[in-house]
Design a protein around this ligand. Structure first.
Ligand code: A5P
Length: 238
């Protein structure tokens, strides 16, 4: 017997499936990463299989690429494209100005590159991701392995509370091994005990540290936001 889907997943699925309806024949689509993007890719595969729609895609992670490939979606090398028609991706938090924190799934760098070359980034979230202030979700920051301890101490000298993300136990990994991104880098997760009061300033300070590749702050990138609710309905923030 199938397990019932938890309410949060109903919301994520509703948002992901609604986004798949925005994809039209001939589009070059950026595929996001995460549990909500999973539902989008699932619905996109279904939409392409059951209609005459032919699309191609670029993925923000090896995970999403594998899912799309298994579903028969042709994938492009990012170096062969200059613009994407649309990217559909999740978020960890989004505020009223559509500023976001992303990277909970570790794919922030590729996500930001794809979002930055997309005519529109459609954000798919469950309602819990809508926040008044960013920073309850720890901010992921991608750093190069070289001098990573030094980079972490420079991050923390800014007054941040950062620590390296570790691989999950039971992953065939040595306990406490550092999490490695698809780009071969590490992630520092920064906690803001009182929330983040000045995201732009914090972003600039972090990016001025050599060794920091990218932060999980996404500004001026979100287009339409599709919010899913646990009863399966959605709202679109234009
Ligand atoms: C992946 O690196 C992230 O940016 C995700 O887009 C974000 O963490 C949302 O993930 P979920 O859809 O799994 O909540």
């Amino acid at each position: 017997m199938n397990q019932p889907i938890p309410p949060k997943d109903i919301a994520k699925r509703a948002a992901g499936h609604a986004a798949a309806k925005l994809i039209h024949d001939g589009m070059l689509v950026g595929l996001g990463t995460g549990s909500t993007a999973f539902y989008f890719i699932e619905a996109l595969i279904e939409r392409c299989a059951s209609s005459n729609i032919k699309i191609s895609a670029v993925a923000t992670s090896e995970r999403s690429a594998a899912q799309a490939k298994a579903g028969g979606i042709p994938l492009y090398d990012i170096n062969k494209v200059t613009t994407l028609d649309i990217t559909v991706d999740g978020a960890d938090e989004i505020d009223h100005q559509k500023r976001m924190i992303k990277g909970g799934g570790g794919a922030l760098l590729r996500e930001k590159i794809l979002a930055s070359i997309s005519r529109e980034m459609v954000v798919i979230i469950d309602k819990e991701k809508l926040v008044d202030q960013l920073g309850i979700f720890p901010l992921p920051v991608e750093v190069v392995p070289f001098a990573h301890q030094l980079t972490l101490s420079r991050i923390n000298k800014l007054g941040c509370h950062g620590s390296f993300r570790r691989k999950k136990n039971g992953d065939n990994t040595t306990l406490n091994e550092l999490y490695v991104t698809d780009n071969g880098n590490y992630i520092v997760d920064i906690a803001f005990p009182q929330g983040c009061h000045s995201p732009e300033q914090t972003n600039n300070a972090l990016k001025s540290i050599p060794g920091v590749v990218e932060t999980g702050f996404f500004f001026h990138l979100a287009g339409r936001v599709i919010v899913g609710y646990p009863d399966g309905h959605i709202k679109i923030i234009p």
